[in-house]
Design a protein around this ligand. Structure first.
Ligand SMILES: Nc1ncnc2c1ncn2[C@@H]1O[C@H](COP(=O)(O)OP(=O)(O)OP(=O)(O)O)[C@@H](O)[C@H]1O
Length: 497
């Protein structure tokens, strides 16, 4: 069944992360698809916080999710912070709603209380595993009479609420994966835990219904649980929403990227490394899935992505995280970003990440502008701001901090002699360096290499003539003088101001 790509009525989608860690690239991709779908069809994009797993809560996460979505321009129409007519949008604040709905299914006979101890469940689980089977509850408490169940609950006995799961006729249609009857059959599943909190499945169904969600767009790891949800909708006599499961970003082609992967955090790429958000979004879509006319290597704005988004084009193949592609988009993003914005972002990143004793003059817009012009005039570009702080272009914002690099190629006496001779120059230019080479009876190439290293702490990099054009004579002298001092002290760790 093809999905008609037109403006639909009453489209409401939700991105529903659990606040158990920072947002990672996989979740961001799923959030992006939700957002594109909502905007494409004139609908609402909702953020719901699914915090029913109390044991894994990380304080502050939910607020950070809102901030991160904002950073990427994924504007929420409703959320815990934005508010909205269907709130509260945090599941832990919806306890009374779940209790009331579980009562409803207890009354209708679709659910029952289960008093089995955790020891008994453990024995069942281990027995199944020993037999090479999937653990499955044996539905024992189904046979406890209503009167006995009420009595035991009144007496304060601990219980969970289970749903009578009939796995017949559970097929459903998914807009990406098509007809589906995958099923994780664990027997009658829990809807309310003994701590009074709902399970993911139950809260999800109740909230999606009460929040009038038209399309459930989430990662494919939930495909196998969807039959449970379908059965819950049936029990409530509700029409299920449309299901749109998305392929997952994997670490290695198999394992789903998750909050436990330290280098998968969105904040790491934006705040630490300094990639522009639009670069990350394009990176996440780089296999073209869901985007009409997608050309790899092109950079698309969020508006263009909305225009091109088509749910029928979402493929079912999982997507491996290959970070090397991110730099390509990083470079494209810098090239296409408005100068003013770029300047502000560079300054902001430097203020946070450069060393505390950085010369304030280096943070002036005019200086940053010169750096950017210099880099782009060399047909080069940076992919992320951290290249200006710790990477190939860091020499613009920090002087060499030791003579270690120079000593990789020159012995200390030769290095010192070259520094002394360079410091005698009135002007720093190629002719001056050649004159020094002649005076020291060295090859010009060698003295040029030493000079470049004194200026930028590297034997590679822009032509020396351009470096002389960029740095003032005073700055060249300061850098060479510093190196001379370090060589004299024999120190390799002295810090430049
Ligand atoms: N690797 C992934 N690729 C694509 N979507 C994902 C990925 N991981 C999670 N999602 C989706 O992102 C949404 C929010 O997920 P959530 O915040 O619970 O992250 P999670 O990584 O699944 O958490 P956990 O740490 O419990 O594994 C869900 O719809 C989920 O299916």
């Amino acid at each position: 069944m093809r999905f008609t790509s037109r403006v639909l009525r009453d489209v409401r989608v939700r991105f529903a992360p659990s606040p158990t860690g920072r947002l990672h690239l996989g979740s961001l991709r799923t959030a992006l698809f939700n957002y594109l779908f909502a905007r494409k069809h004139g609908g609402a994009f909702i953020l719901r916080i699914e915090d029913t797993d109390r044991s894994r809560l990380v304080p502050g996460c939910a607020e950070k999710f809102e901030e991160t979505l904002g950073t990427f321009g994924l504007k929420r129409d409703e959320s815990p912070m934005v508010g909205g007519a269907f709130g509260p949008y945090t599941q832990s604040e919806r306890g009374a709603i779940y209790a009331q709905h579980s009562e409803r299914l207890l009354d209708s006979g679709h659910c029952y209380r289960c008093f089995c101890s955790s020891e008994r469940l453990d024995i069942l689980r281990k027995g199944a595993l020993r037999a090479g089977e999937l653990p499955r509850y044996d539905n024992r408490c189904r046979s406890v009479s209503k009167a006995e169940s009420d009595e035991r609950a009144r007496n304060g006995e601990a219980f969970v609420v289970r749903f009578k799961f009939d796995k017949q006729n559970v097929a459903f249609h998914d807009l990406v994966y098509g007809s589906n009857n995958q099923i994780a059959d664990e027997g009658d599943f829990v809807v309310m835990k003994s701590d009074g909190f709902p399970t993911y499945h139950f809260a999800n169904v109740v909230d999606d219904r009460l929040m009038a969600i038209s399309h459930v767009i989430r990662g494919a790891e939930w495909l196998a649980s969807t039959p449970k949800h379908v059965k819950l909708y049936e029990a409530f006599e509700w029409t299920p929403p449309n299901f749109v499961h998305l392929p997952l970003i994997t670490r290695d082609g198999k394992k789903k990227l998750s909050k436990r992967d330290a280098d998968a955090y969105v904040a790491y790429y934006i705040e630490e490394r300094g990639y522009l958000p639009v670069a990350v979004l394009n990176f996440l879509l780089r296999n073209g899935s869901g985007i009409s006319g997608f050309q790899p290597g092109n950079l698309y704005s969020l508006d263009e992505l909305i225009q091109r988004f088509d749910v029928n084009l979402i493929g079912t193949r999982d997507f491996m995280m290959d970070r090397s592609a991110l730099d390509t988009y990083g470079r494209l993003a810098f090239r296409s970003t408005h100068r003013e914005t770029l300047l502000q972002n560079v300054a902001k990143h430097l203020k946070t990440h450069a060393s505390a004793d950085i010369d304030p003059a280096l943070l002036e817009p005019a200086y940053i502008q010169r750096v950017i012009d210099f880099i782009s005039s060399n047909e080069e570009n940076f992919a992320a701001f951290d290249e200006l702080v710790t990477g190939d272009f860091s020499f613009f914002f920090g002087r060499p901090s030791s003579a270690a690099k120079l000593l990789e190629r020159f012995d200390a006496t030769t290095a010192l002699t070259i520094c002394d001779a360079l410091l005698e120059l009135e002007r720093f230019d190629i002719a001056g360096v050649k004159a020094v080479a002649k005076q020291l009876k060295m090859k010009p190439k060698e003295v040029m290499a030493a000079t470049r290293c004194a200026l930028i702490d590297s034997f590679k990099g822009p032509p020396l003539s351009e470096l002389f054009g960029f740095f003032s004579d005073d700055e060249c002298r300061t850098r060479i003088q510093f190196l001379k001092e370090s060589l004299k002290e024999g120190s390799v760790s002295a810090k430049a101001s």
